[in-house]
Design a binder for this molecule. Structure first.
Ligand code: PNS
Length: 160
């Protein structure tokens, strides 16, 4: 069975992330989407638990996708899941430079761990969680940027 991990901060998950999840899920028997908890990011928009719940709601139609969180080393988490592939979405050369470095670090920890890069689909090349958080501040309609469960949660937050 082929198992892969798609890690990230997902604060919040965007339609660009969802596109990568759908495409990666078609390539592997099992895909774990892993919310990596970064203690240095002091003021997240959503807690790790909320992010997991929002991603679960967004991938409800994908049978071979599971969503978890992890606060340790990604490479250890992946090997613990029996995965030998990490999936990363790449939007541009800057992403590639960063991801190339991270792929080398992860393979330095567990040499059997490969990183597979999926190029961002054209409509999502400029999407990022940072950009989405900025658009929220300026009251832009969220359906353009995030899956429906996230848009609904943002509206609910705004009302409360
Ligand atoms: O969505 P992001 O913030 O670009 O994702 C980056 C992430 C979380 C995948 C990366 O920072 C990561 O893997 N962190 C986990 C800690 C770790 O394993 N570090 C070593 C590899 S760089």
């Amino acid at each position: 069975m082929s198992t892969a991990i798609y890690p990230g901060s997902f604060d919040p998950i965007t339609l660009g992330h969802l596109d990568i999840i759908r495409r990666a899920a078609a390539c592997f028997d099992k895909l774990y989407v892993c919310v990596m908890v970064n203690c240095e990011k002091q003021h997240p928009m959503f807690t790790a638990e909320q992010r997991v719940a929002l991603i679960r709601a967004s991938v409800a139609d994908m049978d071979n996708v599971e969503v978890e969180s992890c606060s340790g080393l990604l490479a250890d988490y992946a090997v613990g899941k029996g995965a030998c592939v990490l999936v990363k979405g790449v939007r541009n050369a800057t992403d590639f430079d960063q991801e190339y470095q991270m792929a080398s670090i992860n393979r330095g920890i567990h040499p059997q761990l490969e990183t597979v890069f999926l190029p961002a689909s054209a409509p999502y090349q400029h999407f990022s969680s940072t950009m989405v958080r900025e658009m929220i501040r300026y009251g832009q309609p969220m359906e353009k940027y995030v899956p429906a469960p996230v848009a609904e949660e943002l509206k609910r937050k705004e009302r409360s």
